[in-house]
Design a protein around this ligand. Structure first.
Ligand SMILES: O=c1ccn([C@@H]2O[C@H](COP(=O)(O)OP(=O)(O)O[C@H]3O[C@H](CO)[C@@H](O)[C@H](O)[C@H]3O)[C@@H](O)[C@H]2O)c(=O)[nH]1
Length: 342
């Protein structure tokens, strides 16, 4: 796979986030000729420029909503990782049309510009919240996926391979529950728990980067990839975080399920799982290549596989507290925390 990255020009949209900077470092280490970071915020770009300090890293100010700015960064690019998105549940809930503009229309701009520029491969990042979506963020990401697949279907003879990856919660990501619990423990405040029985998939940032690289190296156009991941209850997660923080006695405040939140997440719907290829560590769901003939949708059966059970954080491998602790201890942030205590 390195050979595909060596000497390549790569664009990462939404490139200043934690995914973008981890991916950028990895691509530079693998010998990419140039990594273009495309995003809106010049301050974050400046911080990233100083943090990484590699002349092969180039910064483009722009917005996926603005076709011209997208075309400008993508021209001359070999590979595109499309991570730009509105991904906070509450902000999309309050401003759903903003989610439509960025997550759906912006993605279409990235895909069309990539095809026009003859990009080899585009990987679009999606989320488990796009499966059976109940909030505007998940709904807009679900429509991004459908848009990517319809553009892939209509351009099967182009030079560009389009794929989608879905992943669940990234452990210790900014604004997520693990840093929140750590901060509550540090300051001696009660831990706020929504529902101790709620489950979430657990994945590290490094694993999400691996999934995107896997999609890039394995995809046939229109493929959707999911990485199998363990899950835990929030109760087990809380105990695990307290244990790695070295706190044995803490107060817990049950606050109840938040608006727009599910008891468990799904990475594959039952229909997708029935059509998925099990590749060991990954699932691959191939493109539905039905043409614009509407008949099979409404009148004729097609002998499709019967729906299977969805792939969810309730039925995947379940980690107990020991398992959560073992996983937490693989994270650089937790290792730094523990090193600081010893
Ligand atoms: O004070 C809290 C906050 C969260 N949780 C629970 O912890 C789990 C993980 O929560 P969090 O880290 O906030 O992740 P999600 O709510 O699953 O989704 C987050 O991650 C998404 C990206 O994957 C973003 O889009 C969302 O805005 C952001 O809330 C969930 O079961 C929450 O109910 C608590 O128990 N107590």
């Amino acid at each position: 796979m390195s050979s595909q990255i060596t000497d390549a020009v790569v664009t990462i949209t939404g490139g200043t986030g934690s995914f973008g900077s981890t991916m950028a470092k990895s691509l530079l280490a693998e010998g990419a000729a140039e990594v273009r970071i495309f995003s809106r915020d010049e301050a974050k770009q400046d911080a990233m420029r100083h943090a990484i300090g590699d002349p092969r890293l180039r910064f483009y100010i722009g917005d996926v909503r603005n076709e011209k700015s997208v075309q400008q960064v993508i021209r001359g690019t070999d590979l595109v990782f499309h991570a730009a998105a509105l991904k906070q549940v509450p902000s999309c809930e309050f401003f759903p049309l903003e989610a439509v503009a960025t997550n759906i229309q912006g993605s279409a701009n990235v895909l069309h510009a990539s095809i026009d520029a003859g990009v080899r491969s585009v990987v679009c990042l999606s989320t488990d919240k796009a499966v059976y979506p109940i909030n505007a963020m998940g709904m807009s990401k679900a429509l991004m996926e459908k848009t990517a697949m319809s553009i892939a279907r209509a351009n099967q003879d182009s030079d560009t391979t389009i794929s989608v990856t879905r992943y669940g919660n990234v452990m210790h990501s900014r604004g997520s529950v693990i840093p929140l619990f750590l901060e509550q423990l540090r300051s001696g405040r009660p831990l706020t728990v929504t529902d101790p029985n709620m489950t979430r998939f657990l994945m590290s940032l490094a694993e999400s980067v691996d999934l995107v690289k896997y999609a890039f190296s394995e995809a046939t156009t229109g493929d959707l990839f999911v990485r199998k991941a363990p899950a835990s209850t929030v109760g087990a997660l809380l105990s695990g975080v307290a244990r790695v923080a070295g706190v044995s006695d803490h107060e817990v405040n049950v606050i109840g399920v938040r608006h727009g939140e599910k008891l468990y997440e799904s990475l594959l719907s039952s229909e997708e799982r029935a059509n998925a290829e099990d590749r060991g560590g990954y699932f691959r769901v191939p493109l539905d290549t039905r043409s614009l003939d509407y008949t099979p949708y409404f009148e004729a059966g097609e002998g499709e596989n019967a729906p299977d059970e969805a792939y969810t954080s309730h039925n995947t491998e379940r980690l107990d507290v020991d398992g959560v602790v073992a996983l937490l201890e693989t994270l650089p942030e937790i290792q730094a925390l523990q090193a600081g205590r010893s």
